[in-house]
Design a protein around this ligand. Structure first.
Ligand SMILES: *[C@@H]1O[C@H](CO)[C@@H](O)[C@H](O)[C@H]1NC(C)=O
Ligand SMILES: *[C@@H]1O[C@H](CO)[C@@H](O)[C@H](O)[C@H]1NC(C)=O
Ligand SMILES: *[C@@H]1O[C@H](CO)[C@@H](O)[C@H](O)[C@H]1NC(C)=O
Length: 360
Protein backbone atom coordinates (compact mmCIF):
# COMPACT_ATOMS: atom_id res chain seq x y z
CA UNK A 1 0.00 0.00 0.00
CA UNK A 2 2.68 2.43 1.12
CA UNK A 3 4.79 1.49 -1.88
CA UNK A 4 1.89 2.13 -4.24
CA UNK A 5 1.36 5.46 -2.59
CA UNK A 6 5.01 6.31 -3.03
CA UNK A 7 4.89 5.34 -6.72
CA UNK A 8 1.78 7.42 -7.08
CA UNK A 9 3.39 10.45 -5.44
CA UNK A 10 6.53 10.16 -7.54
CA UNK A 11 4.41 9.89 -10.66
CA UNK A 12 2.40 12.89 -9.57
CA UNK A 13 5.50 15.00 -8.95
CA UNK A 14 7.07 13.94 -12.25
CA UNK A 15 3.76 14.62 -13.94
CA UNK A 16 3.64 18.07 -12.46
CA UNK A 17 7.14 18.86 -13.67
CA UNK A 18 6.37 17.58 -17.14
CA UNK A 19 3.19 19.58 -17.07
CA UNK A 20 5.07 22.74 -16.23
CA UNK A 21 7.81 22.11 -18.77
CA UNK A 22 5.40 21.53 -21.63
CA UNK A 23 2.11 23.26 -20.98
CA UNK A 24 3.72 26.38 -19.61
CA UNK A 25 3.58 27.40 -23.23
CA UNK A 26 0.51 25.54 -24.31
CA UNK A 27 -3.18 25.88 -23.48
CA UNK A 28 -6.03 23.73 -24.77
CA UNK A 29 -8.18 25.88 -27.09
CA UNK A 30 -11.89 25.96 -26.16
CA UNK A 31 -14.27 24.05 -28.43
CA UNK A 32 -17.68 25.42 -29.43
CA UNK A 33 -20.47 24.52 -31.79
CA UNK A 34 -21.88 26.71 -34.57
CA UNK A 35 -25.29 25.45 -35.62
CA UNK A 36 -25.74 25.83 -39.38
CA UNK A 37 -29.46 25.15 -39.02
CA UNK A 38 -30.01 28.62 -37.57
CA UNK A 39 -29.78 31.85 -39.57
CA UNK A 40 -26.33 33.18 -40.52
CA UNK A 41 -27.05 36.37 -38.54
CA UNK A 42 -27.65 34.43 -35.31
CA UNK A 43 -25.43 31.35 -35.52
CA UNK A 44 -22.30 32.88 -33.91
CA UNK A 45 -24.11 34.39 -30.90
CA UNK A 46 -23.64 31.52 -28.45
CA UNK A 47 -19.94 31.27 -29.17
CA UNK A 48 -19.35 35.02 -28.85
CA UNK A 49 -21.07 35.18 -25.50
CA UNK A 50 -18.26 33.11 -23.99
CA UNK A 51 -16.19 36.31 -24.04
CA UNK A 52 -16.56 39.39 -21.95
CA UNK A 53 -17.72 41.56 -24.87
CA UNK A 54 -16.38 44.75 -23.32
CA UNK A 55 -12.91 43.24 -23.34
CA UNK A 56 -13.48 41.67 -26.75
CA UNK A 57 -14.38 45.05 -28.26
CA UNK A 58 -11.29 46.67 -26.74
CA UNK A 59 -9.05 43.90 -28.07
CA UNK A 60 -10.44 43.98 -31.60
CA UNK A 61 -10.50 47.76 -31.82
CA UNK A 62 -6.84 47.81 -30.83
CA UNK A 63 -5.91 45.29 -33.55
CA UNK A 64 -7.80 47.21 -36.20
CA UNK A 65 -6.40 50.58 -35.19
CA UNK A 66 -2.90 49.17 -35.21
CA UNK A 67 -3.02 47.51 -38.61
CA UNK A 68 -5.79 48.77 -40.89
CA UNK A 69 -4.55 51.92 -42.70
CA UNK A 70 -6.71 55.05 -42.77
CA UNK A 71 -6.86 54.85 -46.58
CA UNK A 72 -8.72 51.56 -46.33
CA UNK A 73 -11.65 52.99 -44.39
CA UNK A 74 -13.22 54.85 -47.34
CA UNK A 75 -13.33 51.67 -49.40
CA UNK A 76 -14.55 49.62 -46.46
CA UNK A 77 -17.24 52.23 -45.82
CA UNK A 78 -18.48 51.89 -49.39
CA UNK A 79 -18.35 48.12 -49.26
CA UNK A 80 -20.28 47.80 -46.06
CA UNK A 81 -23.49 49.39 -47.32
CA UNK A 82 -23.67 46.73 -50.03
CA UNK A 83 -21.68 43.97 -48.35
CA UNK A 84 -23.92 41.23 -49.75
CA UNK A 85 -22.76 42.14 -53.27
CA UNK A 86 -19.10 41.70 -52.45
CA UNK A 87 -19.09 38.83 -50.02
CA UNK A 88 -21.01 35.68 -50.88
CA UNK A 89 -23.63 34.17 -48.58
CA UNK A 90 -23.47 33.29 -45.77
CA UNK A 91 -20.36 35.36 -44.97
CA UNK A 92 -21.86 38.85 -45.33
CA UNK A 93 -24.82 37.90 -43.13
CA UNK A 94 -22.59 36.24 -40.53
CA UNK A 95 -20.39 39.36 -40.35
CA UNK A 96 -23.49 41.54 -39.91
CA UNK A 97 -24.75 39.26 -37.12
CA UNK A 98 -21.39 39.23 -35.32
CA UNK A 99 -21.13 43.04 -35.46
CA UNK A 100 -24.58 43.36 -33.89
CA UNK A 101 -23.86 40.80 -31.16
CA UNK A 102 -20.52 42.21 -30.04
CA UNK A 103 -21.53 45.87 -30.47
CA UNK A 104 -19.03 46.91 -33.15
CA UNK A 105 -19.65 48.42 -36.60
CA UNK A 106 -20.09 46.10 -39.58
CA UNK A 107 -17.07 47.91 -41.10
CA UNK A 108 -14.92 46.97 -38.11
CA UNK A 109 -15.80 43.28 -38.29
CA UNK A 110 -15.28 43.37 -42.06
CA UNK A 111 -11.88 44.98 -41.51
CA UNK A 112 -11.05 42.31 -38.94
CA UNK A 113 -11.86 39.56 -41.43
CA UNK A 114 -9.74 41.30 -44.08
CA UNK A 115 -6.89 41.67 -41.61
CA UNK A 116 -6.85 37.91 -41.00
CA UNK A 117 -6.52 37.27 -44.72
CA UNK A 118 -3.39 39.36 -45.17
CA UNK A 119 -1.18 38.87 -42.17
CA UNK A 120 -0.69 35.17 -41.40
CA UNK A 121 2.68 33.43 -41.35
CA UNK A 122 2.86 29.77 -40.62
CA UNK A 123 4.14 26.23 -41.09
CA UNK A 124 2.03 23.37 -42.50
CA UNK A 125 3.06 19.72 -42.72
CA UNK A 126 1.34 16.78 -44.40
CA UNK A 127 2.89 13.38 -43.73
CA UNK A 128 2.22 9.74 -44.43
CA UNK A 129 3.32 7.32 -41.70
CA UNK A 130 4.63 3.81 -42.38
CA UNK A 131 1.10 2.42 -42.16
CA UNK A 132 -0.22 4.73 -44.87
CA UNK A 133 -2.10 6.98 -42.43
CA UNK A 134 -2.13 10.65 -43.47
CA UNK A 135 -1.41 13.31 -40.84
CA UNK A 136 -1.67 17.09 -41.14
CA UNK A 137 -0.28 19.62 -38.68
CA UNK A 138 0.20 23.35 -38.61
CA UNK A 139 1.38 26.38 -36.65
CA UNK A 140 -0.35 29.67 -37.33
CA UNK A 141 1.86 32.70 -36.70
CA UNK A 142 0.51 36.24 -36.57
CA UNK A 143 2.10 39.58 -35.91
CA UNK A 144 -0.99 40.42 -33.87
CA UNK A 145 -0.54 37.22 -31.84
CA UNK A 146 -1.08 38.75 -28.42
CA UNK A 147 -4.56 39.81 -29.37
CA UNK A 148 -5.48 36.52 -31.01
CA UNK A 149 -4.39 33.88 -28.52
CA UNK A 150 -7.27 34.69 -26.22
CA UNK A 151 -9.86 34.35 -28.96
CA UNK A 152 -8.54 31.16 -30.58
CA UNK A 153 -11.33 28.58 -30.83
CA UNK A 154 -12.08 25.15 -32.24
CA UNK A 155 -15.43 25.36 -34.03
CA UNK A 156 -17.60 22.34 -34.86
CA UNK A 157 -20.04 23.38 -37.58
CA UNK A 158 -23.10 21.21 -37.18
CA UNK A 159 -26.20 20.30 -39.15
CA UNK A 160 -28.95 18.52 -37.22
CA UNK A 161 -26.58 17.93 -34.32
CA UNK A 162 -23.89 16.29 -36.44
CA UNK A 163 -20.48 17.86 -37.11
CA UNK A 164 -20.09 18.40 -40.85
CA UNK A 165 -16.74 20.19 -40.56
CA UNK A 166 -14.40 21.58 -37.91
CA UNK A 167 -12.12 24.61 -38.02
CA UNK A 168 -9.63 26.38 -35.82
CA UNK A 169 -10.53 30.04 -35.94
CA UNK A 170 -10.60 33.29 -34.00
CA UNK A 171 -13.89 34.40 -32.47
CA UNK A 172 -15.31 36.86 -35.01
CA UNK A 173 -13.53 35.39 -38.04
CA UNK A 174 -16.09 33.76 -40.31
CA UNK A 175 -13.49 32.19 -42.58
CA UNK A 176 -10.73 29.87 -41.41
CA UNK A 177 -7.12 28.94 -42.07
CA UNK A 178 -7.37 25.42 -40.68
CA UNK A 179 -10.16 22.90 -41.24
CA UNK A 180 -11.25 19.29 -41.38
CA UNK A 181 -14.05 17.53 -43.20
CA UNK A 182 -14.30 14.26 -41.24
CA UNK A 183 -13.37 11.12 -43.20
CA UNK A 184 -12.65 13.24 -46.29
CA UNK A 185 -9.87 15.86 -46.07
CA UNK A 186 -8.03 18.45 -43.99
CA UNK A 187 -6.80 21.79 -45.32
CA UNK A 188 -4.63 24.71 -44.16
CA UNK A 189 -3.64 28.05 -45.66
CA UNK A 190 -0.21 29.69 -45.47
CA UNK A 191 0.33 33.23 -46.72
CA UNK A 192 2.41 33.77 -49.84
CA UNK A 193 2.30 37.54 -50.35
CA UNK A 194 5.26 39.13 -48.70
CA UNK A 195 4.41 42.82 -48.74
CA UNK A 196 3.56 44.81 -45.65
CA UNK A 197 0.14 44.47 -44.06
CA UNK A 198 -1.13 47.92 -45.12
CA UNK A 199 -0.23 47.34 -48.79
CA UNK A 200 -1.78 43.89 -48.71
CA UNK A 201 -5.01 45.28 -47.28
CA UNK A 202 -5.26 47.91 -50.03
CA UNK A 203 -4.50 45.36 -52.72
CA UNK A 204 -7.10 43.00 -51.36
CA UNK A 205 -9.76 45.72 -51.12
CA UNK A 206 -9.13 46.81 -54.70
CA UNK A 207 -9.37 43.23 -55.94
CA UNK A 208 -12.56 42.75 -53.97
CA UNK A 209 -14.19 45.85 -55.46
CA UNK A 210 -13.08 45.17 -59.03
CA UNK A 211 -13.26 41.44 -59.43
CA UNK A 212 -15.41 40.22 -56.59
CA UNK A 213 -12.96 37.42 -55.98
CA UNK A 214 -13.09 35.31 -52.84
CA UNK A 215 -11.22 35.75 -49.58
CA UNK A 216 -8.89 32.80 -49.18
CA UNK A 217 -10.22 32.00 -45.72
CA UNK A 218 -13.73 31.84 -47.22
CA UNK A 219 -12.41 29.59 -49.97
CA UNK A 220 -11.27 27.15 -47.32
CA UNK A 221 -14.69 27.19 -45.67
CA UNK A 222 -16.38 26.83 -49.08
CA UNK A 223 -14.33 23.69 -49.66
CA UNK A 224 -15.29 22.30 -46.26
CA UNK A 225 -19.00 23.05 -46.79
CA UNK A 226 -19.31 21.93 -50.39
CA UNK A 227 -16.70 19.33 -51.28
CA UNK A 228 -17.29 15.70 -50.36
CA UNK A 229 -13.85 14.33 -51.19
CA UNK A 230 -10.16 15.13 -51.21
CA UNK A 231 -10.21 15.23 -55.00
CA UNK A 232 -13.09 17.72 -55.19
CA UNK A 233 -11.46 20.03 -52.67
CA UNK A 234 -8.10 19.73 -54.44
CA UNK A 235 -9.73 20.77 -57.73
CA UNK A 236 -11.45 23.77 -56.14
CA UNK A 237 -8.27 25.00 -54.49
CA UNK A 238 -6.29 24.60 -57.72
CA UNK A 239 -8.76 26.28 -60.06
CA UNK A 240 -11.01 28.89 -58.36
CA UNK A 241 -10.08 32.54 -58.64
CA UNK A 242 -9.24 34.23 -55.35
CA UNK A 243 -7.87 37.42 -53.87
CA UNK A 244 -4.52 36.72 -52.25
CA UNK A 245 -1.70 34.46 -53.43
CA UNK A 246 -1.38 31.62 -50.89
CA UNK A 247 -0.23 28.08 -50.27
CA UNK A 248 -2.94 25.52 -49.60
CA UNK A 249 -1.86 22.32 -47.88
CA UNK A 250 -4.44 19.59 -48.29
CA UNK A 251 -4.47 16.04 -46.96
CA UNK A 252 -6.85 13.15 -47.56
CA UNK A 253 -7.49 9.73 -46.07
CA UNK A 254 -5.59 7.40 -48.41
CA UNK A 255 -1.88 6.90 -49.11
CA UNK A 256 -0.36 9.68 -51.21
CA UNK A 257 -3.37 11.98 -50.71
CA UNK A 258 -1.43 15.09 -49.75
CA UNK A 259 -0.42 18.23 -51.65
CA UNK A 260 0.86 21.77 -51.32
CA UNK A 261 -0.70 24.08 -53.91
CA UNK A 262 1.19 27.29 -54.72
CA UNK A 263 -1.38 29.85 -55.87
CA UNK A 264 -1.52 33.26 -57.44
CA UNK A 265 -4.81 35.13 -57.89
CA UNK A 266 -5.94 33.30 -60.98
CA UNK A 267 -4.65 29.76 -60.69
CA UNK A 268 -2.19 27.23 -59.28
CA UNK A 269 1.45 27.81 -60.22
CA UNK A 270 2.56 24.48 -58.83
CA UNK A 271 1.05 21.40 -57.19
CA UNK A 272 3.55 19.49 -55.05
CA UNK A 273 2.28 16.02 -54.16
CA UNK A 274 3.18 13.29 -51.71
CA UNK A 275 4.96 10.44 -53.50
CA UNK A 276 5.71 7.94 -50.79
CA UNK A 277 6.87 5.09 -53.08
CA UNK A 278 9.65 7.43 -54.23
CA UNK A 279 10.59 8.59 -50.75
CA UNK A 280 8.54 11.80 -50.54
CA UNK A 281 6.58 10.76 -47.44
CA UNK A 282 5.98 14.28 -46.17
CA UNK A 283 5.71 17.88 -47.42
CA UNK A 284 6.54 20.90 -45.29
CA UNK A 285 5.53 24.41 -46.35
CA UNK A 286 6.24 27.71 -44.61
CA UNK A 287 5.70 30.94 -46.55
CA UNK A 288 8.03 30.58 -49.53
CA UNK A 289 7.88 28.72 -52.85
CA UNK A 290 9.21 25.23 -52.14
CA UNK A 291 11.48 25.24 -55.20
CA UNK A 292 13.34 28.35 -53.97
CA UNK A 293 15.61 28.50 -50.91
CA UNK A 294 13.95 30.18 -47.90
CA UNK A 295 15.27 33.64 -46.95
CA UNK A 296 18.07 33.58 -44.38
CA UNK A 297 16.17 35.88 -42.00
CA UNK A 298 13.09 33.61 -41.88
CA UNK A 299 14.18 30.02 -42.32
CA UNK A 300 11.68 27.82 -40.53
CA UNK A 301 11.84 25.26 -43.34
CA UNK A 302 15.28 23.74 -42.71
CA UNK A 303 14.79 23.32 -38.93
CA UNK A 304 11.33 21.83 -39.66
CA UNK A 305 12.75 19.36 -42.18
CA UNK A 306 15.52 18.39 -39.79
CA UNK A 307 12.98 17.70 -37.06
CA UNK A 308 10.77 15.63 -39.39
CA UNK A 309 13.72 13.48 -40.49
CA UNK A 310 14.80 13.02 -36.89
CA UNK A 311 11.35 11.62 -36.04
CA UNK A 312 11.23 9.44 -39.16
CA UNK A 313 8.29 7.97 -41.02
CA UNK A 314 7.80 5.04 -38.61
CA UNK A 315 7.13 7.32 -35.66
CA UNK A 316 4.87 9.99 -37.14
CA UNK A 317 1.80 10.60 -34.98
CA UNK A 318 0.01 13.44 -33.21
CA UNK A 319 2.58 13.61 -30.41
CA UNK A 320 5.70 13.62 -32.60
CA UNK A 321 4.15 16.20 -34.94
CA UNK A 322 3.54 18.39 -31.90
CA UNK A 323 7.25 18.06 -31.10
CA UNK A 324 8.23 19.07 -34.64
CA UNK A 325 5.99 22.14 -34.40
CA UNK A 326 7.58 23.02 -31.06
CA UNK A 327 11.12 23.28 -32.44
CA UNK A 328 12.34 26.87 -32.61
CA UNK A 329 12.01 28.86 -34.81
CA UNK A 330 9.17 26.73 -36.27
CA UNK A 331 7.59 27.70 -32.97
CA UNK A 332 8.30 31.40 -32.46
CA UNK A 333 7.09 34.51 -30.70
CA UNK A 334 4.32 35.02 -33.25
CA UNK A 335 2.89 31.49 -33.09
CA UNK A 336 -0.71 31.67 -31.91
CA UNK A 337 -1.72 28.02 -32.12
CA UNK A 338 -0.81 24.49 -33.20
CA UNK A 339 -3.43 22.19 -34.74
CA UNK A 340 -2.94 18.46 -35.39
CA UNK A 341 -5.40 16.58 -37.64
CA UNK A 342 -5.93 13.32 -39.51
CA UNK A 343 -9.10 13.24 -41.61
CA UNK A 344 -9.38 9.44 -41.40
CA UNK A 345 -9.35 9.73 -37.59
CA UNK A 346 -11.41 12.91 -37.03
CA UNK A 347 -11.16 12.64 -33.23
CA UNK A 348 -7.45 13.45 -33.46
CA UNK A 349 -8.33 17.09 -34.33
CA UNK A 350 -7.00 19.30 -31.58
CA UNK A 351 -5.65 22.79 -31.12
CA UNK A 352 -3.41 24.28 -28.46
CA UNK A 353 -2.75 27.97 -28.02
CA UNK A 354 1.00 28.57 -27.86
CA UNK A 355 2.83 30.99 -25.61
CA UNK A 356 6.53 31.72 -25.79
CA UNK A 357 8.62 34.56 -24.40
CA UNK A 358 8.94 36.92 -27.33
CA UNK A 359 12.58 37.64 -26.43
CA UNK A 360 13.53 33.98 -27.02
C1 LIG B 1 -16.04 42.74 -18.46
O1 LIG B 1 -14.81 43.42 -18.45
C2 LIG B 1 -14.90 44.75 -17.96
C3 LIG B 1 -13.56 45.42 -18.21
O2 LIG B 1 -12.49 44.62 -17.76
C4 LIG B 1 -15.32 44.71 -16.52
O3 LIG B 1 -15.42 46.03 -16.01
C5 LIG B 1 -16.65 44.01 -16.41
O4 LIG B 1 -17.02 43.87 -15.05
C6 LIG B 1 -16.61 42.65 -17.06
N1 LIG B 1 -17.96 42.11 -17.12
C7 LIG B 1 -18.25 40.90 -16.69
C8 LIG B 1 -19.66 40.48 -16.86
O5 LIG B 1 -17.43 40.17 -16.17
C1 LIG C 1 1.12 0.90 -37.54
O1 LIG C 1 0.31 -0.21 -37.22
C2 LIG C 1 0.84 -1.02 -36.20
C3 LIG C 1 -0.04 -2.24 -36.08
O2 LIG C 1 -1.39 -1.87 -36.11
C4 LIG C 1 0.89 -0.22 -34.90
O3 LIG C 1 1.42 -0.99 -33.86
C5 LIG C 1 1.76 1.00 -35.12
O4 LIG C 1 1.72 1.83 -33.99
C6 LIG C 1 1.28 1.79 -36.32
N1 LIG C 1 2.26 2.81 -36.60
C7 LIG C 1 1.91 4.02 -36.85
C8 LIG C 1 3.02 4.92 -37.18
O5 LIG C 1 0.75 4.40 -36.78
C1 LIG D 1 -5.69 36.05 -22.08
O1 LIG D 1 -4.53 35.27 -21.97
C2 LIG D 1 -3.74 35.55 -20.85
C3 LIG D 1 -2.50 34.73 -20.93
O2 LIG D 1 -2.75 33.38 -20.74
C4 LIG D 1 -4.54 35.28 -19.59
O3 LIG D 1 -3.78 35.62 -18.48
C5 LIG D 1 -5.82 36.08 -19.61
O4 LIG D 1 -6.62 35.74 -18.53
C6 LIG D 1 -6.58 35.84 -20.90
N1 LIG D 1 -7.73 36.70 -20.92
C7 LIG D 1 -8.93 36.28 -21.27
C8 LIG D 1 -9.98 37.33 -21.31
O5 LIG D 1 -9.17 35.13 -21.54
Amino acid sequence: MARNLLVFLVALVLGLFCHVAVSDHMVQAPRYTVNLDISPEARWNDLLHHWNLTEYRARITKAIEQYVPAAAWDIIGDLVSTLDQYLPAPYAQEIQGIAKTVGLEVGQITALNILYDVSAFCTSIVAQDSNGTIWHARNLDYELGDILRNITVIVDFQVRGKTVYTTTSYAGHVGAFTGQKPHAFTVTINERDQGNIADNIMELLNALVLKKSAFVSFMLRDALSNDATYQEALNRLITKEEIAPVYYTIAGIRPDEGAVITRDHAKALDVWMLDEPNGRWYLLETNYDHWEPPPKDDDRRDPGNKAMLAVGQDDINDKTLMKVLSVKPVLNGHTTYTTIMSAAQPDVFNTHTRFIDSNE
